[in-house]
Design a binder for this molecule. Structure first.
Ligand code: FMN
Length: 381
Protein backbone atom coordinates (compact mmCIF):
# COMPACT_ATOMS: atom_id res chain seq x y z
CA UNK A 1 0.00 0.00 0.00
CA UNK A 2 1.98 2.93 -1.24
CA UNK A 3 -0.78 5.50 -1.85
CA UNK A 4 -0.32 8.62 0.27
CA UNK A 5 -3.26 11.03 0.23
CA UNK A 6 -2.82 14.62 1.41
CA UNK A 7 -5.13 17.62 1.62
CA UNK A 8 -4.53 21.36 1.18
CA UNK A 9 -4.84 24.39 3.47
CA UNK A 10 -6.28 27.46 1.75
CA UNK A 11 -4.16 30.01 3.58
CA UNK A 12 -5.55 32.73 1.30
CA UNK A 13 -9.10 32.01 2.49
CA UNK A 14 -11.83 29.67 1.34
CA UNK A 15 -15.06 29.91 -0.57
CA UNK A 16 -17.80 27.92 -2.29
CA UNK A 17 -16.43 29.27 -5.56
CA UNK A 18 -12.98 28.92 -7.03
CA UNK A 19 -10.80 31.50 -5.35
CA UNK A 20 -8.74 32.71 -8.27
CA UNK A 21 -5.12 33.45 -8.70
CA UNK A 22 -4.59 36.78 -7.62
CA UNK A 23 -4.69 37.56 -4.03
CA UNK A 24 -6.81 38.53 -1.14
CA UNK A 25 -8.08 41.52 -3.04
CA UNK A 26 -10.26 38.88 -4.72
CA UNK A 27 -12.27 39.13 -1.57
CA UNK A 28 -13.39 42.54 -2.62
CA UNK A 29 -14.27 41.47 -6.17
CA UNK A 30 -17.94 40.63 -6.52
CA UNK A 31 -17.31 37.03 -7.57
CA UNK A 32 -16.06 35.87 -4.21
CA UNK A 33 -17.28 38.51 -1.81
CA UNK A 34 -20.12 36.36 -0.49
CA UNK A 35 -19.27 33.51 1.82
CA UNK A 36 -15.56 34.27 2.03
CA UNK A 37 -13.95 32.32 4.89
CA UNK A 38 -10.90 34.06 6.26
CA UNK A 39 -7.77 31.92 6.78
CA UNK A 40 -7.85 32.23 10.55
CA UNK A 41 -6.22 29.65 12.79
CA UNK A 42 -9.77 28.73 13.89
CA UNK A 43 -10.99 27.97 10.37
CA UNK A 44 -7.76 26.41 9.08
CA UNK A 45 -7.72 24.45 12.35
CA UNK A 46 -11.15 23.02 11.48
CA UNK A 47 -9.84 21.86 8.12
CA UNK A 48 -6.65 20.45 9.66
CA UNK A 49 -8.49 18.57 12.39
CA UNK A 50 -10.99 17.19 9.86
CA UNK A 51 -8.15 16.11 7.58
CA UNK A 52 -6.55 14.36 10.53
CA UNK A 53 -9.74 12.55 11.56
CA UNK A 54 -10.45 11.53 7.98
CA UNK A 55 -7.05 9.88 7.64
CA UNK A 56 -5.20 12.30 5.33
CA UNK A 57 -1.48 12.08 5.95
CA UNK A 58 -0.45 15.71 5.49
CA UNK A 59 -1.70 19.11 4.38
CA UNK A 60 0.11 21.30 1.86
CA UNK A 61 0.33 25.05 2.32
CA UNK A 62 1.16 27.42 -0.53
CA UNK A 63 3.72 30.21 -0.38
CA UNK A 64 3.41 33.72 -1.80
CA UNK A 65 2.39 37.20 -0.77
CA UNK A 66 -1.23 36.34 -1.67
CA UNK A 67 -1.50 33.91 1.26
CA UNK A 68 -0.40 33.71 4.88
CA UNK A 69 3.19 32.80 5.70
CA UNK A 70 3.38 29.00 5.63
CA UNK A 71 5.88 28.48 8.49
CA UNK A 72 4.00 30.59 11.00
CA UNK A 73 0.52 29.38 10.07
CA UNK A 74 1.45 25.71 10.20
CA UNK A 75 3.45 26.12 13.42
CA UNK A 76 0.23 27.43 15.01
CA UNK A 77 -1.74 24.50 13.58
CA UNK A 78 0.65 21.92 15.05
CA UNK A 79 -0.83 22.94 18.39
CA UNK A 80 -4.40 21.95 17.45
CA UNK A 81 -3.53 18.63 15.75
CA UNK A 82 -1.77 15.44 16.90
CA UNK A 83 -0.81 13.30 13.93
CA UNK A 84 -1.28 15.36 10.75
CA UNK A 85 1.91 16.33 8.92
CA UNK A 86 2.50 19.75 7.37
CA UNK A 87 3.96 20.09 3.89
CA UNK A 88 5.30 23.60 4.23
CA UNK A 89 6.06 25.47 1.03
CA UNK A 90 8.97 27.87 1.11
CA UNK A 91 11.25 29.77 -1.25
CA UNK A 92 14.90 28.79 -0.95
CA UNK A 93 17.47 31.50 -1.18
CA UNK A 94 15.59 34.28 0.59
CA UNK A 95 17.08 33.14 3.89
CA UNK A 96 20.31 31.33 4.69
CA UNK A 97 20.03 27.53 4.20
CA UNK A 98 21.46 27.02 7.69
CA UNK A 99 18.70 29.21 9.10
CA UNK A 100 16.09 27.24 7.13
CA UNK A 101 17.55 23.98 8.49
CA UNK A 102 17.43 25.47 11.99
CA UNK A 103 13.76 26.50 11.56
CA UNK A 104 12.98 23.02 10.23
CA UNK A 105 14.67 21.39 13.23
CA UNK A 106 12.71 23.57 15.65
CA UNK A 107 9.51 22.78 13.77
CA UNK A 108 10.28 19.07 14.12
CA UNK A 109 10.69 19.46 17.87
CA UNK A 110 7.56 21.61 18.27
CA UNK A 111 5.43 19.23 16.17
CA UNK A 112 6.93 15.87 17.09
CA UNK A 113 8.45 15.25 13.66
CA UNK A 114 5.53 16.34 11.49
CA UNK A 115 7.32 18.56 8.98
CA UNK A 116 7.68 17.99 5.24
CA UNK A 117 9.17 20.68 2.99
CA UNK A 118 7.88 21.81 -0.40
CA UNK A 119 10.62 23.71 -2.18
CA UNK A 120 9.24 26.51 -4.40
CA UNK A 121 12.03 28.05 -6.44
CA UNK A 122 9.67 30.57 -7.99
CA UNK A 123 8.44 31.01 -11.54
CA UNK A 124 7.72 34.73 -11.55
CA UNK A 125 10.58 37.24 -11.51
CA UNK A 126 8.23 40.09 -10.58
CA UNK A 127 7.13 38.11 -7.50
CA UNK A 128 10.77 37.35 -6.64
CA UNK A 129 11.74 41.02 -6.90
CA UNK A 130 9.08 41.84 -4.32
CA UNK A 131 11.31 39.85 -1.97
CA UNK A 132 14.46 41.57 -3.21
CA UNK A 133 15.55 38.63 -5.35
CA UNK A 134 17.16 39.75 -8.61
CA UNK A 135 18.13 36.36 -10.07
CA UNK A 136 16.54 35.04 -13.24
CA UNK A 137 14.63 31.75 -13.59
CA UNK A 138 17.59 29.42 -14.21
CA UNK A 139 19.92 31.22 -11.78
CA UNK A 140 17.27 30.72 -9.12
CA UNK A 141 17.33 27.00 -9.73
CA UNK A 142 21.16 27.00 -9.55
CA UNK A 143 20.82 28.69 -6.16
CA UNK A 144 18.17 26.16 -5.08
CA UNK A 145 20.65 23.39 -5.91
CA UNK A 146 23.25 24.90 -3.58
CA UNK A 147 20.65 25.73 -0.94
CA UNK A 148 19.45 22.13 -0.77
CA UNK A 149 23.00 20.80 -0.71
CA UNK A 150 23.58 22.89 2.43
CA UNK A 151 20.19 22.04 3.96
CA UNK A 152 20.98 18.36 3.58
CA UNK A 153 24.62 18.81 4.58
CA UNK A 154 24.16 20.59 7.90
CA UNK A 155 21.77 18.01 9.34
CA UNK A 156 22.45 14.39 10.17
CA UNK A 157 26.16 14.93 10.85
CA UNK A 158 28.06 12.51 13.12
CA UNK A 159 28.80 13.87 16.61
CA UNK A 160 31.36 16.65 16.59
CA UNK A 161 31.39 17.11 12.80
CA UNK A 162 30.51 20.33 11.02
CA UNK A 163 29.66 21.20 7.43
CA UNK A 164 31.25 23.84 5.19
CA UNK A 165 30.30 24.79 1.65
CA UNK A 166 31.73 27.17 -0.93
CA UNK A 167 29.42 27.78 -3.87
CA UNK A 168 28.46 30.63 -6.14
CA UNK A 169 25.49 31.65 -3.99
CA UNK A 170 26.41 30.47 -0.48
CA UNK A 171 29.59 30.26 1.58
CA UNK A 172 28.91 28.38 4.79
CA UNK A 173 31.54 27.67 7.42
CA UNK A 174 31.48 25.02 10.15
CA UNK A 175 27.69 24.73 10.42
CA UNK A 176 25.81 21.99 12.17
CA UNK A 177 22.11 21.75 13.00
CA UNK A 178 20.82 19.25 15.51
CA UNK A 179 17.62 17.93 13.94
CA UNK A 180 16.79 15.67 16.88
CA UNK A 181 15.43 12.14 16.54
CA UNK A 182 13.33 13.01 13.47
CA UNK A 183 16.20 14.20 11.31
CA UNK A 184 15.90 16.21 8.14
CA UNK A 185 12.34 16.52 6.77
CA UNK A 186 11.58 14.95 3.40
CA UNK A 187 12.09 17.36 0.52
CA UNK A 188 9.23 17.73 -1.98
CA UNK A 189 9.95 19.75 -5.10
CA UNK A 190 7.81 21.27 -7.88
CA UNK A 191 8.91 22.76 -11.19
CA UNK A 192 8.53 21.57 -14.79
CA UNK A 193 11.37 23.39 -16.58
CA UNK A 194 14.59 21.63 -17.62
CA UNK A 195 16.42 23.59 -14.89
CA UNK A 196 13.91 22.39 -12.29
CA UNK A 197 14.15 18.79 -13.43
CA UNK A 198 17.95 18.78 -13.16
CA UNK A 199 17.91 20.14 -9.61
CA UNK A 200 15.08 17.84 -8.51
CA UNK A 201 17.04 14.85 -9.80
CA UNK A 202 19.97 15.85 -7.58
CA UNK A 203 18.27 17.07 -4.44
CA UNK A 204 14.59 16.14 -4.09
CA UNK A 205 13.06 13.17 -2.31
CA UNK A 206 9.62 13.57 -3.93
CA UNK A 207 9.14 15.26 -7.29
CA UNK A 208 5.74 16.94 -7.69
CA UNK A 209 3.73 17.71 -10.81
CA UNK A 210 0.51 19.61 -11.34
CA UNK A 211 -2.36 17.53 -12.70
CA UNK A 212 -1.55 17.01 -16.35
CA UNK A 213 -2.99 14.14 -18.45
CA UNK A 214 -1.61 10.66 -17.68
CA UNK A 215 0.34 10.51 -20.97
CA UNK A 216 2.10 13.80 -20.11
CA UNK A 217 2.84 12.61 -16.58
CA UNK A 218 4.19 9.29 -17.86
CA UNK A 219 6.60 11.10 -20.18
CA UNK A 220 7.81 13.37 -17.37
CA UNK A 221 8.31 10.54 -14.92
CA UNK A 222 10.33 8.57 -17.42
CA UNK A 223 12.62 11.54 -17.98
CA UNK A 224 12.92 12.20 -14.24
CA UNK A 225 13.80 8.58 -13.51
CA UNK A 226 16.62 8.77 -16.06
CA UNK A 227 17.92 12.09 -14.74
CA UNK A 228 17.89 10.77 -11.18
CA UNK A 229 19.58 7.51 -12.21
CA UNK A 230 22.37 9.56 -13.81
CA UNK A 231 22.90 11.09 -10.35
CA UNK A 232 22.84 7.64 -8.75
CA UNK A 233 19.50 8.42 -7.12
CA UNK A 234 15.87 7.34 -7.12
CA UNK A 235 12.94 9.72 -6.80
CA UNK A 236 9.42 9.24 -5.57
CA UNK A 237 6.61 11.10 -7.33
CA UNK A 238 3.48 13.04 -6.46
CA UNK A 239 0.72 15.04 -8.10
CA UNK A 240 -1.35 18.05 -7.07
CA UNK A 241 -5.01 18.04 -8.14
CA UNK A 242 -8.32 19.51 -7.12
CA UNK A 243 -11.20 17.10 -6.75
CA UNK A 244 -15.00 16.99 -7.00
CA UNK A 245 -16.06 13.53 -5.82
CA UNK A 246 -19.79 12.82 -5.47
CA UNK A 247 -22.18 9.87 -5.15
CA UNK A 248 -22.92 10.05 -8.87
CA UNK A 249 -21.06 11.35 -11.88
CA UNK A 250 -24.00 13.66 -12.70
CA UNK A 251 -23.79 15.29 -9.27
CA UNK A 252 -20.05 15.89 -9.63
CA UNK A 253 -20.37 17.45 -13.09
CA UNK A 254 -23.28 19.58 -11.91
CA UNK A 255 -20.94 20.99 -9.26
CA UNK A 256 -18.23 21.62 -11.87
CA UNK A 257 -20.85 23.42 -14.01
CA UNK A 258 -21.92 25.48 -11.02
CA UNK A 259 -18.31 26.54 -10.34
CA UNK A 260 -17.91 27.46 -14.00
CA UNK A 261 -21.14 29.47 -14.03
CA UNK A 262 -19.67 31.71 -11.32
CA UNK A 263 -16.66 32.66 -13.44
CA UNK A 264 -17.21 35.62 -15.73
CA UNK A 265 -15.59 35.82 -19.20
CA UNK A 266 -13.94 39.06 -18.02
CA UNK A 267 -12.17 37.27 -15.19
CA UNK A 268 -10.97 34.55 -17.56
CA UNK A 269 -9.72 37.08 -20.09
CA UNK A 270 -7.92 39.11 -17.42
CA UNK A 271 -5.87 36.14 -16.26
CA UNK A 272 -5.26 33.96 -19.30
CA UNK A 273 -2.68 36.27 -20.88
CA UNK A 274 -0.59 36.08 -17.70
CA UNK A 275 -0.81 32.29 -17.60
CA UNK A 276 0.03 31.91 -21.31
CA UNK A 277 3.12 34.13 -20.96
CA UNK A 278 4.25 32.94 -17.56
CA UNK A 279 7.96 32.37 -16.95
CA UNK A 280 6.95 29.15 -15.22
CA UNK A 281 7.02 26.20 -17.62
CA UNK A 282 4.60 24.35 -15.35
CA UNK A 283 2.15 27.25 -15.48
CA UNK A 284 2.31 27.43 -19.27
CA UNK A 285 1.66 23.69 -19.49
CA UNK A 286 -1.43 24.12 -17.31
CA UNK A 287 -2.65 26.88 -19.65
CA UNK A 288 -2.00 24.82 -22.79
CA UNK A 289 -4.37 22.10 -21.58
CA UNK A 290 -7.37 24.34 -22.37
CA UNK A 291 -5.96 27.44 -24.08
CA UNK A 292 -8.38 29.64 -22.13
CA UNK A 293 -11.37 28.05 -23.87
CA UNK A 294 -14.25 27.15 -21.51
CA UNK A 295 -15.47 24.78 -24.26
CA UNK A 296 -12.53 22.37 -23.93
CA UNK A 297 -12.21 21.73 -20.24
CA UNK A 298 -12.53 17.95 -19.98
CA UNK A 299 -8.96 17.29 -21.08
CA UNK A 300 -9.09 13.57 -20.24
CA UNK A 301 -11.90 11.43 -18.80
CA UNK A 302 -12.70 12.86 -15.35
CA UNK A 303 -9.92 15.47 -15.63
CA UNK A 304 -11.40 18.98 -15.73
CA UNK A 305 -9.32 22.09 -16.39
CA UNK A 306 -11.94 24.59 -15.15
CA UNK A 307 -9.82 25.69 -12.19
CA UNK A 308 -7.05 26.78 -14.52
CA UNK A 309 -9.28 29.39 -16.13
CA UNK A 310 -8.90 31.63 -13.10
CA UNK A 311 -6.47 30.01 -10.72
CA UNK A 312 -2.71 29.96 -11.12
CA UNK A 313 -0.79 26.83 -10.18
CA UNK A 314 -2.75 23.61 -9.92
CA UNK A 315 -5.43 24.05 -12.59
CA UNK A 316 -7.14 20.68 -12.96
CA UNK A 317 -9.62 18.67 -10.91
CA UNK A 318 -10.66 15.04 -10.84
CA UNK A 319 -14.42 15.16 -11.36
CA UNK A 320 -16.72 12.16 -11.13
CA UNK A 321 -18.45 9.60 -8.99
CA UNK A 322 -16.42 8.22 -6.10
CA UNK A 323 -15.68 5.10 -8.19
CA UNK A 324 -14.54 7.16 -11.19
CA UNK A 325 -12.29 9.39 -9.07
CA UNK A 326 -10.79 6.31 -7.38
CA UNK A 327 -10.20 4.73 -10.80
CA UNK A 328 -8.34 7.79 -12.10
CA UNK A 329 -6.19 7.82 -8.97
CA UNK A 330 -5.41 4.16 -9.55
CA UNK A 331 -4.48 4.99 -13.15
CA UNK A 332 -2.05 7.72 -12.07
CA UNK A 333 -0.74 5.52 -9.29
CA UNK A 334 0.07 2.79 -11.82
CA UNK A 335 2.35 5.28 -13.61
CA UNK A 336 4.43 5.58 -10.44
CA UNK A 337 2.77 8.43 -8.54
CA UNK A 338 2.46 7.72 -4.81
CA UNK A 339 1.64 11.12 -3.31
CA UNK A 340 -1.70 12.75 -4.15
CA UNK A 341 -2.20 16.28 -2.83
CA UNK A 342 -5.88 17.10 -3.23
CA UNK A 343 -8.18 20.04 -2.56
CA UNK A 344 -11.70 21.25 -3.35
CA UNK A 345 -14.21 24.00 -2.66
CA UNK A 346 -14.87 24.59 0.16
CA UNK A 347 -11.90 22.74 1.61
CA UNK A 348 -13.71 21.60 4.73
CA UNK A 349 -16.68 20.02 2.98
CA UNK A 350 -14.78 18.54 0.04
CA UNK A 351 -12.29 16.89 2.45
CA UNK A 352 -15.27 14.83 3.68
CA UNK A 353 -16.75 14.16 0.22
CA UNK A 354 -13.45 12.73 -1.00
CA UNK A 355 -12.41 10.78 2.11
CA UNK A 356 -15.80 9.18 2.71
CA UNK A 357 -16.35 8.57 -1.02
CA UNK A 358 -13.36 7.92 -3.28
CA UNK A 359 -11.12 7.39 -0.24
CA UNK A 360 -13.41 4.61 1.00
CA UNK A 361 -13.33 3.00 -2.47
CA UNK A 362 -9.51 3.07 -2.46
CA UNK A 363 -9.47 1.55 1.02
CA UNK A 364 -11.87 -1.21 -0.03
CA UNK A 365 -9.49 -2.03 -2.89
CA UNK A 366 -6.57 -2.29 -0.48
CA UNK A 367 -4.77 0.73 -1.96
CA UNK A 368 -5.08 2.99 1.04
CA UNK A 369 -4.39 2.17 4.66
CA UNK A 370 -7.36 2.23 7.00
CA UNK A 371 -7.19 4.58 9.96
CA UNK A 372 -5.46 2.61 12.69
CA UNK A 373 -6.89 1.88 16.11
CA UNK A 374 -3.65 2.73 17.91
CA UNK A 375 -3.77 6.32 16.74
CA UNK A 376 -6.14 8.37 18.89
CA UNK A 377 -6.54 10.98 16.16
CA UNK A 378 -7.90 8.43 13.70
CA UNK A 379 -11.28 6.80 14.25
CA UNK A 380 -11.56 3.11 13.41
CA UNK A 381 -13.59 2.61 10.23
N1 FMN B 1 4.87 28.40 -6.66
C1 FMN B 1 4.56 29.39 -5.78
O1 FMN B 1 4.89 30.55 -6.02
N2 FMN B 1 3.88 29.12 -4.62
C2 FMN B 1 3.47 27.87 -4.31
O2 FMN B 1 2.86 27.66 -3.26
C3 FMN B 1 3.77 26.80 -5.21
N3 FMN B 1 3.37 25.54 -4.95
C4 FMN B 1 3.61 24.56 -5.86
C5 FMN B 1 3.10 23.27 -5.63
C6 FMN B 1 3.29 22.25 -6.55
C7 FMN B 1 2.70 20.89 -6.28
C8 FMN B 1 4.03 22.51 -7.74
C9 FMN B 1 4.25 21.43 -8.76
C10 FMN B 1 4.53 23.77 -7.96
C11 FMN B 1 4.33 24.82 -7.05
N4 FMN B 1 4.80 26.12 -7.27
C12 FMN B 1 4.49 27.12 -6.40
C13 FMN B 1 5.60 26.48 -8.46
C14 FMN B 1 6.97 25.89 -8.56
O3 FMN B 1 7.52 25.49 -7.38
C15 FMN B 1 8.01 26.52 -9.48
O4 FMN B 1 8.91 27.27 -8.77
C16 FMN B 1 7.48 27.38 -10.59
O5 FMN B 1 6.40 26.75 -11.25
C17 FMN B 1 8.54 27.64 -11.64
O6 FMN B 1 8.96 26.46 -12.13
P1 FMN B 1 9.10 25.92 -13.61
O7 FMN B 1 9.37 27.04 -14.58
O8 FMN B 1 10.27 25.01 -13.43
O9 FMN B 1 7.83 25.17 -13.92
Amino acid sequence: MTLRIHWYLPTNGDNRDIVGSGDRSEKTLGAVADGFRAPSVDYLGQIARSAEQLGYEAVLTPTGLWCEDAWITTAALTQVTKRLKFLVAFRPGLVSPTLAAHQAATFQRVSGGRLLLNVVTGGDSAEQRRFGDQLDHDQRYARTDEFLAVLRGVTGLPPGETFSFAGEHFRIEDARVDAGPWGRPEIFFGGASPAAERVAARQADVYLAWGERPDQIAERLERMRKLAAAEGRELRFGIRLHVISRDTSAQAWAEADRLLSRITPERIAALQKDFANSESVGQRRMYELHGGDPGRLEVYPNLWAGYGLVRGGAGTALVGSHEEVAERIEEYHALGLDHFILSGQPHLEEAYWFAEGAGAVLRSRGLLASPTADDPARPTP
